[in-house]
Design a protein around this ligand. Structure first.
Ligand SMILES: Nc1ncnc2c1ncn2[C@@H]1O[C@H](COP(=O)(O)OP(=O)(O)OP(=O)(O)O)[C@@H](O)[C@H]1O
Length: 838
């Protein structure tokens, strides 16, 4: 009892069908492809659950007609009337079975389908506000009539359909032709039953019924220069279409399309057809594509001018890769307001700093970032803008700090929401890193950031995954860049989120008109390049030092770390005692880093990173990470010294097969060789290790044959810990290896500047101690043993410390059995496999 299978008669109507090939070539990307592409680029790369759901929600209008009403009232809003353009009385055509080729002919009388339609039903029309309801039992043919009325709405509570008064006459007339239905007219409108135009009481209160051939539809953008009319059949309308100079009929979609410059003319002409309602393109689109609408631009795509970057530090400008330079040009052409949505690892930071530096005269600058990368941003500013004095950078660490103390102010999302009240004068230039953190308008972080973006002159949003699953997530970022676009979310929701009213409110989780949304974003909001687009410009490995601060650890644990550091510089220690002190410092560093490491991993997951490796050394760190992943139900594997060889392979396989998020938690020394994880392209080192050869080997778990992408390596380096000494030590060692031709890259050039030089003689002493200890024969083994057997709660910890100091993150872990000896062997097994590859 549906119209689902009916081919629109439009297929027969247009005599001038252009060559589809030509059309494709002329228009570039066609609409359906555009929709597809937006999924594979804008949203996170794999098929997430919600995305799949969103896809399933994207139905053609016709398919809705064939379904039982989920909430037909709402569908009426979102779904346009039949694209077949049939008169609603056509719905009477038997059971909706129309043989191909019968389209457009008058339907047969209903006799044959009488029994199929159900028993005889008598019903009444009841006025309800400015609408009317129909109280009647089930009758399939009448339901089919209902579903053809544009204003239909179904109320699941009363189980009644209701309509606007504009559909009253049409409904009554259609109902009359159903032999199985008698419909009592509205009270006081008795006369309208026989003839909708009969004079009487009803005429004074009822609007005249529209023609039964009333069609309603909308204009949809299909390329930068063309739009199509998504509307049902009307003879008058087709005649009008044929008067448009730029008309084109797409045989595939069975829709007419036109040049944007004819949009206003078409809408104006359609206004004269009383039986047609063709909604124009939304105002946002007409503004964004004004040059095409007004035909002020002769070119399809205008070239983006080269920006004058002479005012920006030459060090930065000369280091920009060609695609990064193009990104900066794009941003400046957009007057410093954009969403830079390059794939992860393409260097959004350097581009953002360059764009912001172009507007340096308008600083102070505000940089809002996830808290785990605040100091990485500080390092990036120091690295790329040597002209910026380090004391002009203000990293906001607590809610007692000032948000405006520096020329460059770096603050986390969460602290921003606590400190925004401090702002007397707004920032003119704002960078938001991982801007998808703002996707939910109800969150405090979003509420704090949005007003700042509205008043800022330059807004640079950065995100590798602006939307993880559905277009609704893009809304805040779009209005962050262009506050005048879609002032009401509902309008955006109706057009791009397939909005539907549910008993509990509106559901915006779907998606619609994605091709148009993509065109709009590319025109006015967003620049996005994928790794594969620019692979030739990328180095095979991109290393990044992520400066973290173990700020979350308890005061007691901090004290233990400080005490361990002090111990190393105490005079009159024997060599053995010095080494013990160093080991204690190393172990305390591991504990201290845990909360920041976990925060960083969770931020990566929230940012849409799907598969990555996390290397750590201490068992407490590995366990804290896996425990957190379990808590958050993130699929993961763990390989450490206690994993048997057989299990390793299985776990490796398992990791490759994970479809979505997956983290491999790996021991630096037990999983740094013989394993392949080329399905990932990111490696995170939660801890540093003194032997750079081991680190490079661990990196190569992903950077190996089978890896077609550039690999990102993130080293988490914690200030005020043993990392202060290990990091320069590693860099120094790799430099030596590089000079001897034994390392493929110069490590220090690839990583952020670290500015590690020790003014304090005590610090220099610790560094010397590290250098000496780690260079002695056998130091690896000794340190490994000490690290592996380290138990924060045991007596070997610093005086006065216990496992409680570490809070949730480190509430573990004592080694079971007598593992130390066993692990020594395993390490050497691995060592052998290093010398004699498996
Ligand atoms: N032109 C360049 N010269 C030198 N190093 C670069 C350049 N571009 C990027 N890098 C380095 O590449 C690494 C990745 O850059 P960045 O962190 O900015 O990427 P991203 O796009 O922000 O990635 P994500 O989305 O994962 O945060 C950094 O270590 C950065 O310093």
């Amino acid at each position: 009892m549906t119209l689902t299978g009916i081919s629109p008669p439009l297929a027969q109507s247009p005599p001038e069908v252009p060559n589809q090939q030509l059309l494709g070539g002329m228009l570039g990307q066609r609409h359906p492809q555009a929709s597809h592409e937006i999924r594979s680029t804008l949203f996170a790369n794999r098929t997430h659950e919600p995305l799949a759901k969103a896809k399933s929600l994207q139905k053609t209008p016709a398919s809705f007609f064939g379904q039982p009403p989920r909430d037909p009232g709402v569908e009426a809003k979102a779904v346009r009337p039949s694209t077949s353009g049939q008169d609603i009385s056509d719905t009477n055509c038997g059971s909706g079975i129309v043989a191909p080729g019968t389209e457009g002919r008058r339907p047969q009388k209903l006799g044959a389908s009488l029994h199929k339609a159900g028993s005889f039903q008598k019903g009444t029309c009841i006025r309800s506000g400015d609408r009317f309801q129909v109280k009647i039992g089930y009758n399939a043919e009448l339901i089919a009539v209902f579903k053809r009325l544009p204003s239909r709405s179904y109320d699941p509570a009363t189980k009644m359909w209701n309509f606007s008064m504009t559909d009253y006459g049409a409904l009554m007339k259609a109902a009359q032709s159903l032999p199985t239905v008698t419909l009592q007219p509205l009270e006081g409108a008795e006369d309208s039953r026989g003839s909708p135009s009969t004079a009487g009481v009803a005429q004074t209160c009822l609007p005249s019924a529209p023609s039964l051939a009333f069609v309603k539809g909308q204009c949809v953008l299909i390329s930068r220069v063309r739009f199509e009319a998504d509307i049902g059949y009307s003879e008058d309308l087709i005649a009008l279409f044929k008067q448009m100079e730029s008309r084109n009929y797409d045989v595939k979609t069975r829709k007419w399309n036109f040049l944007l410059e004819e949009h206003n003319k078409l809408i104006q002409s359609v206004g004269c057809l009383p039986q047609v309602q063709l909604d124009p393109l939304p105002k946002t689109l007409t503004l964004a594509f004004a040059s095409q609408l007004e035909k002020t631009s002769p070119c399809l795509t205008e070239p983006i001018p080269e920006a004058d970057l002479s005012g920006v530090d030459p060090k930065l400008v000369s280091n920009l890769l060609p695609f990064q330079r193009a990104g900066v040009n794009f941003a400046i052409a957009k007057r410093g307001r954009l969403l830079l949505a390059d794939d992860m690892g393409l260097g959004k930071t350097i581009q953002a700093i360059c764009i912001a530096a172009f507007y340096r005269k308008e600083w102070p600058l505000l940089v809002v970032v996830p808290s785990s990368v605040r100091f990485t941003w500080e390092q990036a500013f120091l690295r790329w803008l040597p002209s910026l004095s380090p004391d002009r950078i203000n990293v906001v660490v607590t809610s007692r700090d000032h948000l405006t103390a520096g020329l460059v102010n770096i603050v986390s999302f969460d602290l921003l929401s606590k400190l925004e009240k401090q702002l007397k004068t707004p920032f003119k230039v704002v960078i938001i890193d991982e801007s998808h953190f703002l996707k939910n308008i109800k969150t405090a972080r979003c509420r704090a950031a949005m007003p700042l973006l509205k008043v800022a002159k330059r807004v640079i949003l950065l995100s590798g995954t602006p939307a993880m699953s559905r277009p609704a997530e893009l809304y805040t970022q779009i209005i962050g860049v262009r506050p005048t676009f879609f002032p009401q979310f509902h309008a955006f929701g109706l057009r791009y989120c397939d909005a539907k009213r549910q008993p509990w409110g509106w559901d915006y989780s779907g998606s619609s008109n994605l091709g148009e949304l993509k065109l709009l974003l590319e025109e006015a909001v967003m620049l996005r390049r994928l790794k594969c687009d620019v692979l030739a410009q990328l180095p095979p490995k991109q290393r990044k030092m992520v400066a973290i601060v173990p700020g979350q650890i308890s005061t007691k644990a901090r004290a233990a770390l400080d005490a361990a550091a002090k111990e190393m510089t105490t005079m009159n220690k024997t060599k053995r005692q010095q080494k013990e002190a160093l080991l204690l410092f190393f172990n305390r560093t591991a504990e201290a880093k845990i909360p920041s490491v976990i925060e960083y991993i969770l931020d990566l997951l929230e940012s849409g990173r799907e598969k990555f490796l996390v290397f750590a050394h201490h068992k407490v760190v590995l366990s804290a990470i896996t425990r957190e992943l379990e808590k958050k139900h993130v699929p993961h594997i763990r390989i450490d010294g206690s994993t048997s060889s057989a299990d390793r392979e299985d776990l490796c396989q398992q990791f490759c097969l994970f479809e979505k998020h997956a983290v491999a938690v790996l021991s630096i020394t037990a999983a740094n060789m013989g394993l392949t994880f080329s399905s990932a392209d990111l490696v995170v080192f939660a801890e540093l290790f003194w032997n750079p050869g081991v680190l490079l080997q661990a990196e190569d778990r992903v950077h190996r044959i089978g890896q077609s992408s550039s690999v990102s390596i993130h080293y988490l380096v914690a200030r005020g810990t043993a990392d202060d000494y290990l990091w320069p030590l590693i860099q120094e060692k790799i430099k030596v290896l590089g000079e001897a031709g034994l390392s493929e890259t110069n490590f220090s050039e690839m990583t952020e500047a670290t500015n590690y030089f020790y003014k304090d003689p005590k610090q220099q002493k610790i560094y010397d101690l590290f250098q000496k200890s780690f260079e002695e024969d056998g130091s690896d083994m000794e340190l490994l043993e000490a690290a592996e057997s380290f138990d924060p709660g045991s007596a070997s910890g610093a005086p006065g410390s216990d496992s409680q100091d570490l809070g949730d993150a480190v509430d573990e872990i004592t080694l079971t059995g007598s593992p130390v000896k066993k692990r020594r062997f395993e390490f050497f097994d691995n060592f052998d496999s290093f010398t004699f590859p498996l």
